[in-house]
Design a protein around this ligand. Structure first.
Ligand SMILES: [Zn+2]
Length: 245
């Protein structure tokens, strides 16, 4: 992409070297990896506070740049208006900037990144340049169970409360517990939409499993049925083992 602004090598003198050296000893990147709806965001939220890590989601960074209307935000807005996907190069640039911020110096959790092989390779370089290790946790889920769980979600159109007919049903079927509004299925949770997202994941992101298996960083956690508190215990165990290496 020609029109993507890059930081030139001349800009990166000693200041950059200083930056790279600021990471705490033992800082690492925890990459939470899995299909949409596998609970990556929930796991990240459960883990950030006790690890003292930053929670990095590329969706959040995109929204931040758009809200700030900075150079990256304006490029992203223009692409989205034209129905284009945000290219790897721009996402990589945003992640590089994000992982250099102060809250990342103890380590960080990447939630939903990398998404493509190109992003994974770039991340590998960024981490190597900073002397940071990485642990990949793949939240493995059975697609049929996943679709069943997601299509069971209902949302209150008035207060936004989320329900799940399987795990968190409303007291009165079909009605919000707060003010009694009729619950709705969100567009994102319709079966066709979910199947499409899973297809895109299979085509684009699933190949990363082999990539991370080859570099020895991949760990699998079965996440189809267990509640988040049980899954997070297994992830914490993997972190302990990783730190003990
Ligand atoms: Zn409500």
């Amino acid at each position: 992409m020609k029109d993507v602004e890059r930081s030139s090598p001349e800009n990166r003198g000693e200041a950059e070297a200083d930056k790279l050296a600021r990471y705490a000893p033992g800082a690492f990147a925890l990459i939470l990896f899995g299909p949409p709806g596998s609970g990556k965001g929930t796991q990240a939220k459960l883990l950030v506070s006790d690890l003292g890590f930053a929670h990095i989601s590329t969706g959040d960074i995109l929204r931040e740049h758009i809200a700030a209307e900075d150079a990256i935000g304006r490029q992203v807005m223009a692409m989205m208006k034209n129905g284009q996907l945000v290219p790897d190069e721009l996402v990589n640039q945003m992640v590089e900037e994000r992982i250099g911020r102060d809250d990342c110096m103890n380590g960080f959790i990447l939630d939903g990144f990398p998404r493509t092989l190109g992003q994974a390779e770039n991340l590998g370089w960024l981490l190597a340049a900073r002397g940071i290790g990485h642990l990949v946790v793949h939240l493995a889920v059975d697609y049929n169970k996943l679709v069943g769980r997601l299509t069971a979600r209902r949302q209150c159109p008035q207060c936004g409360t989320l329900y799940n007919l399987l795990s968190r049903p409303p007291v009165i079927p079909g009605r919000c517990d707060i003010e009694g509004a009729l619950l709705e299925v969100r567009t994102d949770d319709q079966e066709m939409v979910i199947r499409k997202r899973l297809e895109a994941y299979d085509a684009q992101t699933r190949p990363l499993i082999e990539y991370f298996r080859a570099d020895g960083s991949l760990h699998e956690v079965e996440a189809s049925d267990a509640p988040p508190e049980v899954i997070v215990r297994q992830v914490r165990q993997l972190i302990e083992e990783f730190r003990g290496q």
